[in-house]
Design a protein around this ligand. Sequence first.
Ligand SMILES: [Fe+2]
Length: 145
Amino acid sequence: MHQVIVWRNELSVGREDIDEQHKKLVSLINWLSTEITHDSHSAIGQLLGALVQYTVYHFGYEERLIEEGCYPQTDAHKKEHQDFIEFMVQKQQAWEANEQINLDELGRFLRRWVIRHICGTDKDTMKWIEVMEEKRASKQQTSPP
Ligand SMILES: [Fe+2]
């Protein structure tokens, strides 16, 4: 029995758009965690590719929000994203080159990474953005026409 991430309220960052993207990310990671039993090299290669592609899209989306919100730790957040993508691209290329990869270990790493990133970095960032958006909205309301 392979472990999977079950979506729960603690994983919510309080924004529907980001939560939906995180659910998709989690389902790709879960898929990778269960697909290994089928032992198909090309299916796993495709999954690794899909995971890279989706994280590039999702991180890009998040980073636009972060930059618009002038989050003070933008660079640190982006660095976490960048390191993750580099790591995943490396794994994907190694897989395509038929190098040995411990998929159990990779699955465990991905599950841990995504939970830690969502519950730490993303939640902190989204809280900041929410406050900034509220401030902006109240300024618009109080400023004279
Ligand atoms: Fe993030």
